[in-house]
Each structure stands twice: as C-alpha cells, then as structure tokens.
Write a protein that binds this ligand. Structure first.
Ligand SMILES: [Zn+2]
Length: 405
C-alpha cells in the first residue's frame, strides 16, 4: 500500500519528465549534457526520460545547429506539431487567437474586431468557439490539443476563470471559464483544460519566461491598452494578493485633479496614460483612433499631438517611479501602446525615475517587450501548456487528438 503523502518512484519519474519537458519548451534545443547539468540527474536517467518523451513524439533528437566546429552534437528538441494549445487575447475592441505548438511556435494567428461596449461574455464565448474551430481545422495531423488559455483585461479569479470585473468591457462577475468549457464541450464533445487570466499577469509571465525578463527574478509588466494593468513577478512568482486581485496599478491615483475613471475614482494612472487619455489629449476623438494615429499626427507636425505624447510621458514616469520605490524590480516592461510611446518619451521617463530612491532606481531597466505586441497572447499560451508541462505523459495521452479532422 502506498503511504499518503510519500513520493513514489512513479511520482519522481513524472516530476522529472515534467522538469525536462518544461525546460525544452522554454529554452528550445538542448544537448543531453546540458539537460544533465540543468536537472542534476545522472546521464542514464536523462537518457531514459528523453526516450520516454521521444516515444510519444513530444521531443526528438537531431543534429545541433549549423556553424558548430567539429562533430555536431545531438540536441533534444520539442516537436511543435506534437502538442498544441489555442490562446485568446480578449481586448476592448478586438479578439486575437493563436494556435501555438510545444516550444512556443506560433503556428497560426488571427485577429477579429468587435464593437466596443456591446461585447458581452456570451458574444465572446461564441467567438471563442468559432475561432477555435477555425484554427483547429489548420492544426497539424495527430497533434494533441492540450489546453485553452484566455486573456481578459480585468480582475480574474484564476482558480475557476471567473471574471470579477472588467471595467472597460463592462463585465461584472462573469463565469467565463465555465462558459468557455461548456461551449467547447458542446461543440467538440471534448475539451482540454481552460485557463483564464488577467492580461498583464500573462504579459509578465511571457516576458519572464521568453522575453526581456530572462535571467531576472523581479519583473513588472505594464499593459497599455484602453486600461492600464500590471503583472508583478516577485522573486519568480506572480504576485496575487489575498484574493488574486493585486497588481491593479492602473488605478493608483496619481492626479487628484484629473478626470473620473471607469472605476469611479478620480485621477487614476489609467486616466492619464491609457489609450483614451492619449487620444483625448491629442484632440482626436472616436472609437477607431489608435495611439499609432496620434504618433503619426505628431510626426506630421501636429503640435497638439506632440504635446499630448509628452504629457503622457511625464505621467508615465511618475507612475513608474512609484513602482520602482514599491517593488524594486530589475525590469519594467511596457506593453501595448506604451511600447510605441517609450522611444518618444524616454527622456521624461528617465528624469522622473531619477526621483525614485537611488538604491532601487539603479537596479531597474525599463524595456519594451521582446515579444513585441504579443506578450499577453503568448502568456495565455504558456498557461494553457501548464497542464501538459506538469504531467506530460498522462496529459498527452488523455488529450483529444486531431479534433477537427
Ligand atoms: Zn480607476
């Protein structure tokens, strides 16, 4: 009889398989020697584990990259076509879907616009089902469908995927995780794990694992969309707070004389640097106007557009200095439209961060995302792979294969 709580040999084997596959998924082609060094396991154990993963085609061993001197060593590589996830990024005015293979390869990506203010959770779920069918139809033959990840610009209970509040979508207490699961089940008769998370947390997760945060332990991702969100990673873990609602940096009050926010408070950071603020200050109205249009107007000589950008730069720097003092991050990543604005306002940002306490400000770098505009989408894919990467063989064998064919 197995004693409750004691790790069996099988538990250890599964744990080691999971560690190796996660390493290969995040870092790509790796030699057996590097796997031995990384895992602390002996060479023959690594050999057995790699064979086990290769047997079900999650990895293969092939010659290393060209350009190496001497005999090319064998590299263990994840097979992108073996296991796939479907990742969604729900924004205020568009939904983005990606089919992502093991190792993080984006096999397919599509965008679909929708009307602001009329996108209900039910409409989002209908879209998710139809987009899932479209991308699965293009999935590699025999791929295992191991997860669905959804990003939402709002406060999410990540244990069950319930969206507590997404002010810029107008969603309150929407059980999105359950709705997506039930709808996919009704459509396909099968459904892998569905995970719903906050957009900025996902941006942080992706940049930490695969982007400008590689090697750092403390990172803040600031998502710049209609709203401003924050994903905060402290010592390698996403900061959640008591109920999972921490990190709402967009609602730090920075300007008590400012305008009223969607949350009801006045002068939130979001009302000074969010997309609507940039467009409003530039004197350009309308749902279709993007920050790119404001930048183009400034480049074409519009003084008002240029002044709007510079004003946003000041408020951006003020908020960032607060974050530096509060969290002492090594990296702050500016996503969304903030990524586009940073090169034009880097002087203001540097000047404002200079007012942060010296010890903390000397350790921080402010970066644009390495994953460009897709940090959040790829973060949703990362969390969708979590089930497979926690127990590779069992989840791979339980997952639906070739659903759409
Ligand atoms: Zn607010």
């Amino acid at each position: 009889m197995v004693t409750r709580g004691a790790a069996t040999q099988d538990d250890v084997r599964r744990h080691n398989l999971a560690r190796l596959l996660r390493h290969l998924h995040e870092r790509g082609a790796t030699s057996r020697s590097e796997l031995v060094a990384f895992s602390g396991l002996n060479r023959s154990t690594v050999g057995v584990l790699v064979s086990e993963l290769a047997e079900i085609n999650l990895v293969f061993e092939g010659a290393g990259s060209a350009g190496q001197v001497g005999r090319p060593s064998l590299m263990v590589q994840p097979v992108a076509e073996s296991a796939i996830v479907v990742a969604f990024e729900i924004r205020v005015e568009r939904t983005i879907v990606a089919l992502v293979g093991l190792g993080g390869a984006v096999l397919l990506r599509k965008e679909q616009r929708h009307r602001r203010n009329s996108y209900t959770p039910e409409a989002a779920v209908r879209n998710i089902v139809s987009l899932t069918a479209q991308v699965l139809a293009k999935a590699p033959d025999r791929a295992a469908w191991v997860g669905v990840g959804v990003s939402v610009p709002g406060i999410v209970d990540h244990t069950d995927g319930r969206v507590m509040l997404a002010p810029n979508l107008g969603w309150v207490d929407a059980p999105l995780g359950d709705l997506v699961r039930d709808a996919l089940m009704a459509e396909f008769d099968v459904c892998p794990s569905v995970v719903v998370n906050n957009d900025a947390d996902l941006g942080a997760i992706a940049e930490y694992a695969r982007g400008v945060g590689i090697g750092a332990r403390n990172l803040i991702y600031v998502s710049g969309e209609v709203g401003i969100g924050g994903g905060i990673i402290i010592d390698g873990r996403v900061m959640m707070g008591a109920g999972g609602y921490g990190g709402e940096i967009g609602h730090m009050v920075v300007n008590p004389d400012g305008v009223t926010c969607r949350c009801g408070a006045r002068g939130c950071w979001e009302t000074e640097i969010g997309r609507d603020a940039v467009v409003r200050e530039a004197g350009l109205g309308g749902e279709q106007v993007e920050v790119e249009d404001v930048i183009a107007a400034a480049e074409a000589g519009s003084r008002r557009a240029e002044e709007a950008i510079q004003a946003v730069g000041e408020w951006l720097g003020i908020g960032l200095a607060n974050l530096v003092n509060l969290f002492n991050p090594e990296v702050i990543v500016l996503g969304g439209h903030l990524r586009l604005l940073l090169p034009r306002v880097s002087a203001q940002v540097a000047r404002r961060i200079h007012f942060a306490l010296p010890a903390a400000r000397e350790q921080v770098r402010v970066e644009v995302p390495a994953l460009r505009g897709d940090s959040t989408l790829l973060g949703a894919a990362e969390t969708a792979f979590d089930a497979l990467l926690s127990d590779p063989i069992a989840v791979f064998e339980d997952s639906p294969h070739a659903v759409a064919s």
